[in-house]
Design a protein around this ligand. Structure first.
Ligand SMILES: Cc1ncc(COP(=O)(O)O)c(C=O)c1O
Length: 447
């Protein structure tokens, strides 16, 4: 049998056997069968070479199949592949905890491992709620989130997320959350394009609502995606406004949970988006880029203040949460190797270069006719296209945009009518220029 025949069978069997995420079972296009990935390219079974412009759902940092991470996993697999993490520990987990705490905001002091971004958020929510329970503060049980939020697909994550088509079938089962109006101050209509103007109308509404809710004394925690909401369409808001929200939270003893699942590990131009703020979170959620995009791993970190409410031999005060693969040594080894690469001067320089190039391209296309708004932060560039339908994940333009670029061997998976570029950091400037050219051509033909 030739290689091609075997791989075609892969696709045929896939259609019978596999249920893909976020994909309707009827009417969706055939998936592409990938046989190899190297650097920023994906190779299909039928010989195509596709540039991965979205870092495979925002996880890949240094390119696919990076030899340094691959080797670390290989070597770890021959020593210790996994061990129960209750009552046992291992060097890759300890090393990773030590290295993470060294680069996270200084107030973070303990690391809790889980499996992915959703579980990192579940852990954070449970930690925050049990903190108040352990202290006997029984009135503090409510949670604040931002409109448009996305924190994963488990029930806690869905509960603290915007109510929309993603979670409509389950809405009766989700717990109630207070949603703050999104401080859409990056919008020209809101504050004349001065993205950092905290007195804009939208930010005022957000801050007033925060005050009102905080004053009730019932709020246990505020969960937020710092500076940029990914799934909502790469929506950005300013660090000044976030800082103000965090200050109010601190004043009223509301725990702050920074969901850095997408923004962590350099995505926004700093190692963590929380670094843009002077107020620091009590709890942080990490995943995606943590292993450079090779192995699933979730991490929730917290401050000594949180830990102090659990530091007790009383049975009722233990945090009863854990997953079979908690702190999987292979994932921890991958994460340690990822940090080796991420913290190299060369990588930090690449992040800076992408940031500059994105900002220049954003300025270049901002006023093009087909563009409703362009925005960028660090290595993330988003272009909201004009559309007769509302801006949303469900805008029908997404299929057309996705197909257009894929035909040109460029993977850009728009969020509705929001096209975005979030490449692995190892992308060459010539490759980024090529992406921009393709986008510009697309914008020209939309006029
Ligand atoms: C901010 C944020 N939180 C949580 C998640 C959920 O992560 P995962 O898909 O790894 O469960 C995502 C995923 O996109 C995310 O963007």
């Amino acid at each position: 049998m030739t290689e091609k025949k075997i791989l075609s069978e892969t696709l045929r069997k896939d259609q019978h056997l596999i249920w893909h995420p976020f994909t309707p079972l009827v009417g969706a296009e055939m998936p592409l069968s990938i046989v190899k990935a190297e650097g920023i390219y994906l190779y299909t079974e039928d010989g195509r070479k596709i540039l991965d412009g979205i870092a495979s759902w925002w996880v890949n940092l240094h390119g696919h199949s990076h030899p340094h991470i691959a080797n670390a996993i290989f070597e770890q697999a021959q020593k210790l592949e996994h061990v129960i993490f209750a009552g046992f520990t291992h060097e890759p987990a300890v090393k990773l905890a030590e290295r993470l705490l060294a680069i996270l905001p200084a107030n973070q002091s303990k690391v809790f491992f889980s499996d992915d971004g959703s579980t990192a958020c579940e852990v954070a929510i449970k930690m925050a709620l049990q903190y108040w329970y352990n202290l006997g503060e029984t009135q503090k049980t409510e949670i604040i989130a931002l409109q448009g939020a996305y924190h994963g697909d488990t029930f806690g994550g869905m509960s603290v997320a915007e109510r929309n088509l993603f979670n409509r079938p389950f809405v009766e089962k989700l717990f109630d959350v207070h949603f703050l109006p999104f401080p859409a101050c990056y919008r020209v209509a809101c504050c004349a394009g001065k993205r950092n103007n905290p007195s804009c109308i939208s930010a005022k509404a957000t801050i007033q609502t925060m005050h009102k809710l905080a004053e009730t004394g019932k709020i246990a925690a505020f969960i937020y995606e710092p500076l940029i909401q990914g799934a909502a369409g790469m929506r950005m808001y300013s660090s000044e406004i976030l800082d103000e929200l965090l200050s109010i939270a601190q004043k009223y003893e509301i725990l702050c949970i920074a969901d850095e699942v997408m923004t962590g590990f350099g995505r926004t131009g700093k190692l963590f988006a929380s670094e843009y703020c002077s107020q620091k979170p009590d709890i942080m959620c990490l995943s995606k880029g943590i292993t450079g995009g090779t192995m699933p791993l979730g991490v929730t970190t917290c401050t000594e203040k949180i830990i102090s409410a659990f530091r007790s031999a009383e049975k009722t005060k233990t945090f009863y949460h854990g997953h079979s693969y908690t702190a999987n040594p292979l994932a921890c080894a991958a994460a340690n190797a990822n940090l080796d690469l991420l913290l190299q001067q060369e990588t930090l320089q690449k992040i800076f270069q992408i940031t500059q190039m994105h900002a220049n391209f954003e300025a270049h296309i901002r006023f093009q006719k087909a563009v409703a708004e362009a925005r960028s932060l660090g290595t993330i560039l988003a272009i909201e296209l004009k559309s007769e339908q509302a801006t949303s994940y469900f805008n029908d333009m997404s299929k057309e945009i996705y197909r257009y670029f894929l035909q040109r061997n460029l993977l850009l998976r728009p969020l509705g009518n929001v096209l975005y570029v979030m490449p692995p950091y190892c992308i060459e400037s010539s490759e980024l220029e090529w992406i921009y050219q393709e986008i510009e051509q697309f914008l020209q033909q939309k006029i």
